[in-house]
Every structure is written in C-alpha cells, then in structure tokens.
Design a protein around this ligand. Structure first.
Ligand code: FES
Length: 132
C-alpha cells in the first residue's frame, strides 16, 4: 500500500472517529472560528495545568480534511507544554495529514490550527490583563 493511501485512510479514520471530540469543562481557553469560504467551523476548548495542556477538545462541522486535521492536532498538543505548542508551525500540521493539498484545501487543513493559535494568544493577553 502506498504511503499516500495510508495517510488518506488515517484522515478518514480521524474524520469518522474524531479524537478528543467535545467540550472541556471549566476550560481556560475557548475559541471558535469558521472558514469564510465554506462556513465550516471549529471550536476548541483547552484546560491548562501548570503550564501544560492537561486537556483539549474540539467540536465542529465540515469537510474531512478540516475535522481530521483538528482531531490530529488535539492528539499532538495534549499533555504538551504551552511553550512547545506555541512552537508548532502550520507546516507541522500539514505534515500530520501527509497528503498533497491545493491552496483551497490548505485553508481546510489549517482551520483547527488557526483556532488553536488564536485561542492561545487570547489567553496570553488575558494573563497579561491580570498582571501575570
Ligand atoms: Fe470547508 Fe474544508 S471545505 S473547511
């Protein structure tokens, strides 16, 4: 079986059986956004404990790429230090999917990542507001 087929099967598996799907109770971070081109959307909730992402969940609806990518991203960041998560780049998310993507599909692939990064930066400013 070719590598691309394996990656495709993995995408379909994440789409059909999304990991970390739902809402984290008493989340420290919550953010929602949509892809303006199609209206597909993703919400992410994150709990932070001593600088680590102790829990993360996502919810949303949309194409297989956007939902699978968000599912994979939650697996990647769960348990990680917030500083390490801030170091994740869009290319790292594209690599998780492992298939060639058109520019339009790139927006699908990065929707969850954009929601996560916006949520985390909002949190950072929230801490600053509280003088932390
Ligand atoms: Fe809407 Fe992919 S077609 S996010």
């Amino acid at each position: 079986m070719g590598m691309e087929k394996l990656y495709l099967e993995n995408i379909i598996d994440h789409f059909k059986h999304p990991r970390n799907y739902g809402v984290v109770e008493n989340a420290d971070i919550q953010h929602h956004d949509h892809n303006p081109l199609c209206g597909d959307d993703i919400s992410i909730t994150i709990k932070i404990d001593r600088g680590k992402i102790s829990d993360v969940k996502f919810q949303g609806h949309g194409c297989a790429i956007s939902q699978a990518s968000a599912s994979m991203l939650t697996e990647k960041i769960k348990g990680k230090n917030i500083g390490d998560v801030k170091g994740i780049k869009s290319d790292d998310v594209i690599k998780l999917l492992g298939i060639p993507l058109s520019p339009l599909r790139m927006k699908c692939a990065l929707l969850g990542f954009q929601v996560m990064t916006a949520g985390i930066s909002k949190h950072k400013y929230g801490l600053r507001e509280h003088g932390i």
